[in-house]
Design a protein around this ligand. Structure first.
Ligand code: AMP
Ligand code: GLY
Length: 424
């Protein structure tokens, strides 16, 4: 099978790493990839959201199967276009990707199919949005409807903050078109948990639990990022809780999407709040989490490629995935300044010192120039290790981090702390 992976981050590196180990994979390409991915796949310089370019490459190079990493290409209809050209792909159609592409769509689906989520209203008018905030009071949550690179959510402690969020989105267009419609919702309290399932349109197969750390600073402080680290398993995800999430949230979503004529295929990634009334849906993503995917790939014992193909073919019903009992943990090394402004092009040394027994270093944003490895993004490396416990995986990951010589980089020093505090 000739496979093309779309994307160029740590998630895609871990997917390429896993797919390249499949005996079913004869050739592996990645668009656009990065310097680390180039060790596992042939990188082609096509942007991950260049639908026409990707379509042309897949057609001209007799690609059998495309695995789409990031959400943008999914929302833009890459999977639909590939299907029209007779090329199979892993990921949802544009209509099904609306679960992530429009928070209003997701909330309306929840309302229609009684899926537990925060109470909400949809607003396209700033005056009406503000009146609703004044009437309801704080705390309250203001969200841009569309894709806003993880930045479109304000959890407002005061009505003033919420009103300012309305102005930023609707008047100042801080999120472009994505913020011209707002979802204003009830503020939920509880512990957050991510949940992943592989879906084939009808059947949902839960994956093992994984948890990320979104805040940039130790102790989960400071501004939110795409994720500064992740670990698996997630101790909060008990068997009973998993059954409840499947029954009350994932399965009704999969059924609802099928009834709506937009059957969902791909990875359904639910952001959940564990409230006193049980798990409630915060948001859906229609792709693997980044960096959660990296720890999942490290623990996966089955060949990933047939699983991705089964999701596309509607054949997950009889499918099973095997996972290592070992825990896995990944530490994101980012360029100083991230998630704010940062410089590109600083040199990274010492990666050769990290052997696969210590850790696997997935690349999230790197490039090579004259044989030198350079940082080429905000999140740059994902140092990923396994161990009998999360605590052991954590120690191994940080030992490997300390072998890497990159003065312009930084990382959190406490990835996995909640799990370690629980004795995991
Ligand atoms: P989202 O992109 O919708 O997951 O929101 C980003 C973050 O905002 C979540 O991970 C939560 O920490 C927080 N958040 C979103 N919606 C709510 C809500 N209704 N109540 C409390 N916190 C929320
Ligand atoms: N780690 C969060 C995300 O992938 O959205």
């Amino acid at each position: 099978m000739r496979v093309l992976v779309v994307g160029g981050g740590g998630r895609e590196h871990s997917l390429c790493w896993a797919i390249s180990a499949s005996p079913l994979c004869d050739a592996l390409y990645c668009a656009p990839g990065n310097a680390g991915i180039a060790q596992d796949a042939e990188c082609v310089p096509i942007a991950a959201d260049d639908i026409e370019g990707l379509l042309r490459f897949a057609t001209e190079n007799a690609i059998d199967f495309v695995v789409v990493g990031p959400e943008a290409a999914l929302v833009l209809g890459l999977v639909d276009r590939l299907a029209e050209a007779g090329i199979k792909a892993f990921g949802p159609t544009a209509a099904a990707a609306m679960l992530e592409g429009s928070k209003g769509f997701m909330k309306d689906l929840c309302a229609k199919y009684a899926i537990p989520t925060a109470a909400y209203g949809r607003f396209t008018d700033a005056v009406a949005a503000k009146a609703h905030i004044e009437q309801t009071g704080a705390p309250i949550v203001v969200k841009a409807d569309g894709l806003a690179a993880g930045k479109g959510v304000t959890v407002a402690r005061t009505t003033g903050e919420a009103l300012a969020a309305v102005d930023a989105a609707m008047i100042d267009s801080a999120f472009g078109d994505a913020g011209q419609e707002l979802i204003i919702e009830e503020c939920m309290v509880g512990e957050e948990l991510s949940f992943f399932a592989l879906v084939d349109g009808r059947t949902a197969l839960p994956l093992v639990g994984a948890q990320d750390h979104k805040a940039v600073g130790d102790g989960d402080t400071g501004p939110n990022t795409g994720g500064m680290g992740a670990y698996s398993p997630a101790p909060a995800l008990t068997e009973a809780l998993q059954a409840e999430i499947m029954e009350r949230i994932i399965e009704p979503t999969v059924e609802g999407m099928a009834v709506e004529g937009a059957p969902f295929k791909g990875v359904l990634y639910a952001g959940l709040m564990l409230t006193d009334e049980g798990p409630k849906l915060l948001e859906y993503n229609v792709r693997f989490g980044d960096p959660e995917c990296q720890v999942l790939m490290l623990r996966l014992r089955s060949d990933i490629l047939p699983a991705l193909v089964a999701s596309c073919d509607g054949m997950l019903e009889t499918f099973d995935l095997r996972w290592s009992d070992d825990a896995a943990l990944t530490v994101v090394m980012a360029t100083v300044g991230y998630p704010g402004a940062y410089a590109k092009g600083s040199e990274i040394r010492g990666l050769d010192a990290v052997s696969p027994e210590n850790a696997i270093v997935f690349h999230a944003g790197t490039a090579t120039e004259n044989g030198r490895l350079l940082a080429n993004g905000g999140r740059v490396l994902n140092v990923t290790a396994s161990g009998a416990t999360i605590s052991e995986a954590q120690a191994k990951a940080y030992a490997a981090v300390d072998m890497i010589d990159w003065p312009e980089g930084f990382c959190r020093r406490d990835i996995g702390w909640r799990a370690v505090a629980r004795g995991a």
